[in-house]
Design a binder for this molecule. Structure first.
Ligand SMILES: Nc1ncnc2c1ncn2[C@@H]1O[C@H](COP(=O)(O)OP(=O)(O)O)[C@@H](O)[C@H]1O
Ligand SMILES: [Mg+2]
Length: 253
């Protein structure tokens, strides 16, 4: 069965697009078939993170009824495919975010995991992603405005019947002015913390090189945290926390 997961934050700039691209790449390393979908119909940029901003057929063509979703599906690297959105202004004419859930139907059954990069805000575009998904991964930063918006997104998901898997706390720099992890979680009604991703200059370097940071700098702190997140989402949490010698002993046993 295909898992449809949306990454949503409410606030823009929290790291949804960066995480969608990298989580997709990390889940593919776990040998899952993953499709990442750019659901930012007005300001798409997932293609930039994955190195190919211009695609001949996009989600916009699918929403206009001009193409099937399989025509807008491109292979990025082994196990990872992308459904990009059109980046030209004219792509917007004649598209309606309400058609988004139906447009994705054909992906079901052909893939293990669909990751939807949601638009900022909680307007029609973001709503379409929340409605389409089975699970919500909330993305936030350790600052009050981001956490307040994340809380709204979580409440909206609950109203729509989308399960909230937990929250990813992104861009943690350990600065004095930042909210502490427990403060964020308290504000989010003690939600499950899926991962804490550090502020890491390797992320910006990777974006400039238009490739996922887990490919550009696989040993960077951000990459390691993203891989742990991917493992955790697949239920491998315990094993990853064990030290290497414990894993060796369990293998010998
Ligand atoms: N962990 C991180 N470390 C450093 N920079 C980050 C990190 N996460 C995100 N960024 C920066 O924040 C910017 C905004 O992230 P993006 O994924 O586009 O946010 P959103 O999609 O939520 O609007 C990125 O372009 C990148 O420069
Ligand atoms: Mg984005």
């Amino acid at each position: 069965m295909t898992r449809i997961i949306t990454l949503c934050s409410g606030k823009g700039g929290a790291g949804k697009t960066f995480l969608t691209a990298n989580l997709g790449a990390a889940l593919a390393e776990y040998r899952r078939d993953v499709v990442v979908v750019d659901a930012n119909l007005t300001t798409p940029n997932l293609g930039f993170h994955l190195g190919v901003p211009l695609y001949p057929t996009t989600l916009h063509d699918v929403l206009k009824g001009k193409a099937k979703i399989s025509d807008a599906l491109y292979e990025h690297s082994p196990g990872l495919k992308i459904v990009p959105a059109g980046i030209a202004l004219r792509d917007l004419q004649g598209t309606d975010a309400r058609d988004f859930p139906n447009a994705l139907l054909d992906l079901l059954g052909n893939t293990d995991i669909v990751l939807i990069d949601s638009a900022a805000g909680l307007g029609r575009e973001a709503l379409a992603s929340l409605e389409t998904a089975d699970e919500l991964v909330l993305v936030t930063n350790p600052e009050l405005p981001a956490v307040a918006d994340a809380l709204k997104a979580a409440k909206l998901a609950e109203q729509l019947g989308t399960r909230v898997s937990g929250v990813v706390l992104n861009r943690v720099a350990g600065k004095k002015h930042e909210m502490k992890q427990h403060e964020v979680l308290t504000m989010l009604d003690h939600m499950n913390l899926l991962a804490e991703i550090p502020e890491d200059s390797a992320v910006q370097q990777a974006i400039a090189r238009r490739m996922p940071v887990i490919h550009h700098a696989p040993r960077s702190k951000a990459s390691m945290a993203i891989r742990r997140l991917a493992g955790r989402m697949l239920g491998y949490q315990q094993r990853l926390k064990e030290p290497w010698y414990a894993r060796m002993f369990s293998f010998l046993r």
